[in-house]
Design a binder for this molecule. Structure first.
Ligand code: NAI
Ligand code: 3PY
Length: 428
């Protein structure tokens, strides 16, 4: 029998019982649930990672939905417990859901939500920060200063890599990978090479074709008068080296050619240890490798060895193979910058993630349809308007059957007439 866990209760008389396994930022998510007759229970246990037993105790005998975290193991045991308690909805407060066994959720008819879009730029910004930090040896230099070792400017002090004109390689050019690519191309004038299973059409169009400088307002973009043809041509016209881009036909091509490589795929069987001893061996000796996806995408033991053998090779890591632990030796290496899985940690983003996760669960409880485009979640994040009557992002909606496939693009309950433009498949 699991030990009882400490909880904080909001709206005790609410009809639907929704449990959050962690306190989450902001209060909007709580208010949105309360407004729709939910009793909200938040686990306040002082333990960072809850065990399956802890969560079973939280679910109890009656639970309509759970908001969980990426550190939790949502498999057969938890989905059967949730189903026994009458629950039909679970949402990760994360876009990645490699901690969730979606087949088990399907078996018990439980909807699985995630939180795409709201964290795209925030995560890409951290990947960009790590790229600069590793390339310019900022952590090493900071430690040197604090240790009182600086006794004057020297020509060879903390010499790192210039990004301008070098090649950035992106592996997994989805939402975050594409946002990162744009930042590095536009911000640092890097050439781009990317590898993905699919063509990153939006990214390619962005880099290649039109830079629309819209002096009026974003919704006039289609009729904008001020097109600067291609970014490369724009740079050329200004006497600068134009940037280039290409889609690689293999990951190895990216590894061989790029100076900075950032990993942004999902974690699944195809991406487990995507970067290993062999792939590290083909990378440039002075390359910079960034991982803001999931730890097991890199074989961390092989990485530690590679960093030891190649002191000019640098990494920036937000995620780790055995999170929260690091493989032996990593913490001692000066050519590694390590941060504790904070890529989405901006206030706006984390509050938005909490809101999307809560609305995923609420949507299923209330029988709302799934939002038409999980990449366009802004209507759910507008604090000045009621959110659309829909679940923002349910990853197993098709598997759950036709009623869940019904898509919604109507705004909130108070203004159902106003609609978001229809989803354009190419943009998804
Ligand atoms: N460190 C952090 O705090 C955060 C980490 N993440 C991680 O980033 C991942 C990506 O997020 P999004 O960009 O929103 O997802 P996304 O689904 O838009 O992009 C993932 C891309 O990976 C590609 N991909 C899948 N398998 C691949 C393979 N074998 N080789 C190459 N590419 C492959 C997909 O085609 C897709 O384009 C999440 O699944 C999550 O694990 C996301 C947010 C924050
Ligand atoms: O959203 C995710 O997948 C994260 O890793 C945390 O933001």
């Amino acid at each position: 029998m699991a030990k009882p866990v400490s909880i904080e209760v909001w709206n005790p008389n609410g009809k639907y019982r929704v449990v959050s396994t962690k306190p989450m930022p902001g209060t909007r998510w709580i208010n949105l649930l309360i407004e729709q007759d939910c009793r909200v229970e938040i686990c306040t246990q002082k333990k960072t990672i809850l065990s399956v037993e802890d969560i079973i105790a939280l679910i109890g005998d009656k639970c309509d939905g759970v908001i969980g975290q990426l550190t939790e193991d949502w498999g057969e045991t938890l989905f059967s417990a949730l189903s026994r308690a009458g629950g039909k909805a679970f949402s990760n407060m994360a876009v990645g859901y490699n901690n969730v066994d979606v087949d088990a959720a399907n078996k018990y008819g439980v909807a699985v939500g995630n939180t795409p879009g709201v964290l795209t730029e925030t995560t890409a910004e951290l990947a960009a920060s790590l790229s600069l930090t590793a390339a310019r040896r900022i952590v090493e230099a900071d430690e040197f200063m604090r240790a009182g070792l600086y006794d004057g400017w020297l020509p060879n002090l903390f010499v790192g890599n210039l990004l301008k004109g070098q090649t950035v390689g992106v592996i997994g050019a989805g939402r975050i990978g594409s946002a990162y690519a744009r930042m590095m191309v536009e911000g640092f004038k890097m050439n781009l090479i990317y590898y993905d299973l699919y063509q990153a059409t939006r990214l390619e169009k962005h880099v290649q074709l039109v830079y629309c400088i819209n002096l009026l307002a974003p919704h006039f973009a289609d009729t904008c008068m001020f097109h600067v043809p291609a970014y490369g041509q724009f740079l050329k016209a200004n006497g600068e080296q134009p940037v280039t881009w290409k889609r690689a036909s293999s990951m190895e091509e990216v590894l061989r050619e790029a100076d900075v490589i950032s990993l942004h795929p999902i974690l699944d069987k195809t991406t487990y240890h995507l970067v290993n001893k062999d792939s590290l061996a083909i990378m440039k000796k002075e390359a910079v490798l960034i991982n803001c996806s999931r730890g097991p995408v890199i074989d961390e033991v092989a990485l530690v060895e590679h960093l030891k053998q190649n002191p000019m090779f640098r990494v920036g890591l937000d995620v780790f193979e055995d999170e929260p632990y690091m493989k032996p030796g990593l913490a001692d290496l000066k050519n590694a910058v390590v941060v504790p899985h904070i890529a989405s940690a901006s206030k706006w983003t984390r509050e938005g993630m909490a809101t999307l996760a809560a609305l995923n669960v609420l949507g299923k409880i209330k029988g709302y349809p799934v939002w038409s485009n999980p990449n366009q979640v802004e209507p759910f994040l507008n604090e000045n308007a009621p959110p659309p009557a829909a679940s923002p992002s349910i990853v197993n909606s098709k598997a759950l059957g036709p009623s869940w496939c019904k898509q919604s693009n109507s705004y909130g309950r108070k203004n159902p007439g106003s609609v978001l433009r229809a989803c354009n498949a190419e943009e998804c």
